[in-house]
Ligand binder design. Structure first.
Ligand SMILES: Nc1ncnc2c1ncn2[C@@H]1O[C@H](COP(=O)(O)OP(=O)(O)OP(=O)(O)O)[C@@H](O)[C@H]1O
Ligand SMILES: [Mg+2]
Length: 321
């Protein structure tokens, strides 16, 4: 873990069922079919179940291609699940249709992506972009400029500097902060933050992360924080999910997953990072095939256990059947 980073969140027990989840996924699966002549099927997300709670940050960690973005895109209704269920406050997300219902959904559920440029119309200045947010989602707000200035200041942007700029005149970090300001303005309940800070320098990164944590805690926002970075995941999240080839292999309270990793893939991840979990052994090379073998042995040894709950706030995929 980088110097100066200490976990700042107190973990509430996952078992605290008094709080209703804002998003819940039940056996969520996404299969992509591609190829014109040779149909090829990719199971990007395989039988995944999890919950997102208000005021908490849930990290989703896994190697490239493991299915993280696909989960985010299903939550944002950019992709339709192949099977399984996704609920927003008990309502089936795939059944949210019609202009009014969709608008209400997008008012509450928003995403911030790795490439913030793609989220802005290059032809519109920032003030115009905010105007459109008001037109579509908040037509009754009277003091638009005042509200906009408030949320810009909340994300440490100088309104006078950014309001009259075009997107290409702003940095990636500024654009991401604008997206967070928009989420703040809309008072979103669910934010999907996909590789949010990967393009920022170290100091801006900490600013954006702290901002996200503050908004989450103060406004009760629920964040799905998708990242490759284990140290950041540890720093920022209340709960952690580890994804491997479309499956959630381990999930639970961040401290439990990080301090007591059980699945061979999670253990391998922590081995490859210095100072988290076990000590980093430089002589130890990460060999993917070896991990595949370890996983196969692990599943064989634990046959019949499936997704096992090891504590009220820690579950591990012990076997596939
Ligand atoms: N539209 C699509 N059509 C076909 N296959 C897709 C599509 N989108 C994603 N996939 C496949 O689904 C799998 C999961 O992709 P996804 O983008 O969810 O991974 P990821 O975990 O977000 O990876 P990264 O860390 O690189 O962003 C990959 O094998 C990918 O090639
Ligand atoms: Mg991705």
């Amino acid at each position: 873990m980088p110097a100066g980073i200490t976990p700042r969140l107190e973990v509430k027990a996952l078992a605290d069922r008094r709080v209703q989840p804002v998003i819940s996924a039940e056996n969520l699966t996404k299969v992509f079919s591609s190829g014109v002549f040779f149909r090829q099927q990719t199971t990007a997300v395989n039988n995944v179940s999890f919950e997102m709670y208000p005021g908490t940050i849930l990290s989703l960690i896994g190697e490239s291609g493991s299915g993280k973005t696909t989960i985010g895109r299903m939550i944002l209704k950019l992709l339709r699940p192949t099977s399984g269920k996704l609920y927003y406050k008990g309502q089936d997300v795939t059944e949210i249709r019609g202009k009014t219902a969709l608008r209400e959904y997008y008012r509450r559920v928003q995403g911030v992506f790795q490439d913030p440029f793609s989220s802005f119309n290059p032809l519109f200045r920032v003030d115009r972009a905010f105007d459109m947010v008001y037109d579509v989602f908040l037509p009754d707000v009277k003091n638009r400029e005042e509200r906009t200035r408030e949320v810009l200041q909340a994300v440490n942007l100088n309104p006078d500097r950014v309001l009259h700029q075009f997107p290409h005149q702003l940095s990636g970090g500024q654009l991401q902060r604008l997206l967070i300001a928009r989420a703040l303005l809309l008072d979103v309940e669910v934010l999907v933050a996909d590789e949010l800070i990967s393009m920022l320098d170290a100091s801006t990164r900490m600013g954006v992360l702290n901002l996200l944590v503050d908004i989450c805690k103060n406004n009760g926002m629920s964040v799905l924080f998708i990242t490759h970075d284990l140290a950041l995941g540890y720093y920022i999240s209340d709960y952690t999910m580890i994804m491997h080839r479309g499956r959630l292999v381990e999930k639970g309270a961040t401290r439990e997953v990080y301090h007591n990793p059980v699945h061979p893939y999670t253990r391998m991840l922590f081995r490859s990072v210095p100072d988290i979990g076990e000590r980093w052994d430089r002589s130890e090379k990460f060999v993917p095939e070896q991990v595949d073998e370890e996983i196969a042995e692990f599943y064989a040894k634990n046959r019949g256990r499936g997704l096992a709950q090891l504590s009220p706030s820690h579950s591990v995929l012990m076997s596939l059947e």
